[in-house]
Design a protein. Structure first.
Length: 344
């Protein structure tokens, strides 16, 4: 395993993080614990959960990823070996969460408290805002509908609440997710001017099918030390090639949950076919090639992988040992020139 530093902190993270959003939906608690054991055996020390998970979100399963990890911590006593990241939900259609989530002070503090209880720990290493309070582009939205509204909750209020959690010792560091260049700039400005905690990371989508982070946010990652925690590096498994030519494997995520269409449109399918062909031409596993590309980007702090089987997880972990040849990198850029961000 390779490691990198979280932002401007002294916290060392594994370059591959274990994601958890299948736990409680496609994976049982026993599955989750086996995944944690395997990941740690390969040097992973960074695990990402969220109060909203698993996905698809619903009231009956909400919070299970944190609960499963908390039970593992209680069983093993290995809290000091892990860097744990969690997230507070943004606004949306989730009435079962605090009567409708908002990123105001009361809800941020309450969300963290319940996450700590589920995790059975007294601190979270990295606490992130899952998505913005204000209406803006995230989760694949295109165009820009200017609505100058933050729902009555400013970034300053959210950041101040996160600052309270840091002061109380319940949170070590903070981060943002599904955020834009403007939002990142505002968090950094407020931290500087109001002596509030500084965001240390941005958890956004990044893969061969979605390199939008490179436009604007990669510059922040380097100049402001707000590195990317890349989620969906395999585009919901699309880049493995298992959904090509209309295939729908029995337990595949896109087979089970047809609501997820971010990565399987016409352009996404066409680009995926070319990336898979490139990998096969060079004798590479398509999924490992896709992950190795993300791992190699200088602005990426950690790549968040997920799996539903231990075999998948083992293969994904092995991507850390793959260095892509120059010919493969050239081929990737040639495909990217033809299919530029087909799945934002």
């Amino acid at each position: 395993m390779h490691y990198s530093t979280l932002g401007s902190t002294d916290l060392r993270l594994s370059k591959i993080a274990l994601g958890s959003m299948t736990w409680g939906e496609q994976n049982s608690e026993a599955d989750a614990h086996a995944q944690i054991d395997l990941a740690l055996a390969h040097g992973v020390n960074f695990i990402d959960v969220a109060e909203m998970y698993p996905v698809p979100p619903k009231a009956e399963t909400q919070g299970l990823t944190e609960t499963y990890l908390g039970n593992w911590l209680q069983k093993t006593g290995r809290r000091q070996e892990l860097v744990i990241a969690s997230k507070v939900i943004g606004p949306g259609m989730f009435p079962y969460l605090r009567g409708g989530p908002r990123l105001d002070r009361a809800q941020v503090l309450a969300a963290c408290e319940t996450s700590l209880q589920r995790l059975k720990t007294d601190y979270i290493d990295l606490y992130q805002v899952h998505w913005p309070q204000r209406p803006t582009n995230y989760f694949g939205q295109l165009g820009y509908d200017h609505r100058d509204s933050d729902g009555g909750v400013s970034i300053e209020e959210t950041l101040s609440a996160l600052g309270e959690l840091v002061q109380q010792g319940k949170v070590r560091h903070i981060g943002i997710s599904n955020e834009t260049p403007w939002g990142t700039m505002e968090y950094l400005r407020l931290a500087r001017e109001k002596s509030l905690p500084r965001v240390q990371s941005i958890q956004n989508p990044y893969s061969l099918l979605n390199r939008s982070f490179e436009v604007g946010l990669a510059e922040f990652a380097h100049k402001e030390r707000t590195g990317l925690l890349a989620y969906s590096p395999l585009a919901f498994g699309m880049l493995s090639g298992k959904y090509l030519n209309g295939a729908r494997p029995e337990k595949g995520r896109l087979t089970l949950f047809t609501r997820f269409s971010r990565y399987n449109g016409e352009q996404g399918m066409a680009a995926t076919a070319e990336y898979v062909a490139l990998a096969q031409q060079h004798g590479l596993d398509p999924a490992q090639m896709a992950l190795a590309y993300v791992n190699s980007r200088s602005f990426v702090t950690s790549t968040i992988i997920g799996a539903t089987t231990l075999e998948q997880l083992q293969s994904n972990l092995d991507s850390i040992n793959l260095t892509l040849p120059r010919a493969v990198l050239k081929g990737i850029e040639q495909i990217h020139a033809r299919f530029t961000i087909p799945c934002p």
